[in-house]
Write a protein that binds this ligand. Structure first.
Ligand code: O2Y
Ligand code: MN
Length: 613
């Protein structure tokens, strides 16, 4: 099917890139199944992919061992000045970065095909959606984009002759000389990888990596880094949040958007199966939320993506049965192990490990090998529409009204299972000070405590202090219609290192408490009185504590849950000394934002200090 392009600016840009990168051929993607099947066939034939004999229309890729995750150290927010990028982003002057990258791009697509991918982030035509065009020399990227976004001719139709789009240039950075044999996963060495964002121009340039967030440019680059900068300018929100709908036994719906750092179980929570009687949960998105204030003054969210790019290891019928059902067919697996019967496998998969497999590096593997068969950041790419608990309204162009924001992180100590913010400003403080112990999703040491404000540290496309101010500004606009804010920690451990909370479907008990707090809104306090513990009346009770409103044991629905009383007490225990010990670290964290730190956060820190006295 030939693609008709009537957009002069787009045609000119493609021509410029052709002249710079010198591909052997050009392919305008139409987003059809035939296109996907054709590219997959090519990749299987040239040894880049294995077709899985035991999983219909599914494929396994093994990346180069140097190209296995997002590379934060090589990711740049190239705003005009370093001050605009802020202390949490790497920065290079835009002219200098463009010069360096132009040299790298010169001739970089030699011997390869340049694919032009028109894609929509969000349902095509939604007032919240945005169009991107990714130019890439990776057929793996094209197939992943087919699943993760809405690709094709329809997008070009919406673009018309002069519509706005976000240009996303990507190259794996591995030209193929005449007669040179290709490798299964071509990419550039780490020092030549650049994941660059030019927020003032809404422009993305990525070079050298073919993996995940570095290469599927609609996701972290567009939908978070560039979109967050656009959202600040235009008065909306682009957040690293799952979106779910919870329906109570009376049929009342609650929409929850939750921000957790990478690999803290966002996908599991997004597909939660409640263990409490009569409650239903439906998934709208597992990673990113775009939110705008609607005509009724409430905040409406869409999931800009069309698929899940989830962490495979640890995903099982035990941890996430709905994800496992989603993965039954039509999926791409990257850096998983291959079993002898032509299926995928990873650590944490259900059942016994296979007696033999091919590991993510392509080597023979047995359970005695002493190394993981799948890379810890191995991924699945799966169509969201295949999820058995996908919400019927997940593609509603107007979005869903958000009732509750949840922040959280992975903390073995200090932070209780759940607490509610006293008010919006306090909630912004909870988001701004969120911290988590690091995992394999980002390159670097595993297990260090890292402050990850709003789970946006790697994804905020401008100065984080200004981003905090944007949250206050949005709260001011939303007023009484603002979502209520909570903070959770599913990962608290006992002093002897045992998980205190069972997690997974049991998390519904905590969400239920939040929904009941929202229903009892009229009775909730606006400001802390300092008289704690004092029960705050409402449908679900709470006590004031120095860090926020906490449920008492009897406020949580623990019916049928086999949990020790002592464990629940420990989960809800506030160790004042441990919290006092957090204050210098919060202060240090805030200090880095200098004059950009909103005064309202300083007030919140002082309030916390006073409450802890
Ligand atoms: O390592 C990558 O490239 C993927 S990172 C990722 C993928 C899906 C959802 N979230 C993330 C993340 O790091 O937050
Ligand atoms: Mn994420």
């Amino acid at each position: 099917m030939a693609v008709m392009v009537k957009h002069e600016k787009l045609k000119n840009w493609v021509q410029e890139v052709v002249e710079l990168c010198r591909p052997g051929s050009i392919h305008w993607c139409n987003g059809t199944k035939e296109e996907y099947d054709h590219l997959m066939t090519l990749m299987v034939e040239n040894g880049m992919a294995d077709s899985l004999q035991n999983r219909p229309n599914s494929f396994l890729f093994r990346s180069d061992p140097s190209d296995v995750a997002r590379v934060e150290d090589r990711t740049y927010i190239s705003a005009p000045t370093q001050d605009e990028a802020g202390p949490t982003n790497h920065w290079i002057d835009p002219d200098e970065l463009k010069k360096t990258m132009t040299e790298l791009y010169t001739g970089c697509m030699q011997g390869r095909t340049l694919y032009v991918i028109p894609f929509s982030m969000g349902p095509i035509g939604s007032p919240i959606s945005k169009i991107g065009i990714e130019l890439t020399d990776s057929p793996y990227v094209v197939c992943n984009m087919h699943i993760m976004t809405r690709v094709g001719t329809k997008v070009l139709e919406v673009l018309g002759t002069d519509g706005d789009y976000i240009p996303c240039l990507h190259s794996i950075g591995a030209p193929l000389a005449e007669g040179q044999e290709d490798v299964p996963w071509p990419c550039a060495p780490i020092e030549k990888k650049y994941i660059s964002h030019f927020p003032q121009e809404n422009l993305i340039w990525s070079f050298g990596s073919g993996y995940g967030g570095n290469a599927l440019l609609g996701k972290k680059c567009l939908a978070l880094r560039i979109a967050s900068a656009m959202a600040k300018r235009e008065g909306w929100m682009a957040e690293h949040m799952l979106i779910l709908r919870l329906t109570n036994p009376e049929g009342r719906r609650f929409h929850i958007a939750a921000a957790f750092p990478s690999a803290c179980g966002k996908t599991n929570l997004a597909m939660l199966e409640p263990t409490i009687e009569g409650w239903k949960c439906e998934c709208i998105g597992d990673d990113i939320a775009w939110m705008k204030i609607g005509n009724d003054g409430r905040l409406y969210a869409i999931n800009p993506e069309a698929g899940f790019f989830g962490v495979a290891p640890g995903t099982s019928y035990n941890s996430n049965p709905m994800a496992m059902e989603t993965l039954k067919e039509n999926c791409i697996f990257t850096n998983c192990a291959l079993t002898d019967d032509g299926d995928i496998w990873w650590e944490g998969f259900d059942g016994e490990p296979p007696a033999h497999a091919i590991d993510w590096k392509g080597n023979d593997w047995t359970p005695d090998s002493g190394r993981p068969a799948a890379h810890p950041n191995a991924r699945f790419t799966a169509p969201a529409a295949q999820c058995p608990v996908i919400c019927p309204d997940w593609e509603d162009p107007k979005g869903v009204p958000i009732d509750i924001f949840v922040f959280g992180g992975r903390r073995a100590g200090v932070v209780p299972l759940v607490n509610e913010a006293y008010n919006w400003d306090h909630g912004v403080f909870l988001g701004a000070t969120a911290a988590s112990e690091t995992t394999a999703a980002n390159i670097g040491a595993v297990g260090n405590l890292r402050r990850d404000p709003f789970a946006m540290q790697p994804f905020c496309g401008y100065h984080m202090g200004d981003y905090f101010q944007h949250w206050f500004d949005m709260g001011d606009k939303l007023g009484a219609k603002a979502p209520r804010i909570f903070y959770v920690n599913w990962f608290r451990k006992s002093p002897d290192g045992k998980w205190l909370w069972p997690g997974f479907g049991e998390n519904s008990r905590v969400l239920k408490w939040m929904c009941e707090r929202v229903e009892g809104r009229a009775d909730a306090v606006e400001t802390p009185t300092g008289l704690f513990p004092r029960k705050v009346e409402g449908k679900a009770g709470a006590v004031e504590t120095p860090i926020g409103l906490l449920p008492r044991k009897e406020d949580l629905d623990l019916t049928g849950l086999d949990i020790d009383n002592d464990d629940v007490e420990e989960l809800l225990r506030i160790d004042t000394k441990a919290w006092q010990a957090e204050l210098p670290d919060i202060e240090k964290h805030f200090d880095q934002f200098g004059r950009h730190l909103p005064q309202r956060l300083k007030v919140q820190l002082e309030n916390l200090r006073k409450r802890l006295k």
